[in-house]
Design a protein around this ligand. Sequence first.
Ligand code: CUA
Length: 159
Amino acid sequence: MHIDVLEKRWMWLVGLMVVIMLGTIFYTALANAVHPPSNVETIDSTRLHLSEEFAEDKLGVETMADGSVRVTMVAARYGIFPQHIEVPLKTPVTFRIATPDVLHGLHIPFSNMDTMVIPGFVSEVTTQFQFEGEQPMFCNEYCGLGHHYMWSRVKVVAK
Ligand code: CUA
């Protein structure tokens, strides 16, 4: 079968692109622990304010017996509550987040904390912050007209 030289080059180029893209996925997954959330836990979104865990006065940062930290948050149109949290440096921090309304996505720059928050589910992400200082936590899934107002502050402090 005859294949044109130009066509052959394109085939190699496409093959190379596939290898680079798959390589990037495997590298970030294995070296940087970047992966989709694996927590499948359901919750009644319409009754968040009455739940044991996500009622308004239960939100915030809590230090567990083993020294790790748990952060309970609610992402709702248009804010992330609490609006300001403080977490320790280089310590396992587990975020548990739910939403009472629509799909949101939460991201903290310079960390691998990045998750979708889906109505009906609890999103759980465990990470360790490697840099001190204050970062925004913002919504990166378009959720309505006030999407760009939806952010809060995360301060990472030395233990
Ligand atoms: Cu919430 Cu965009």
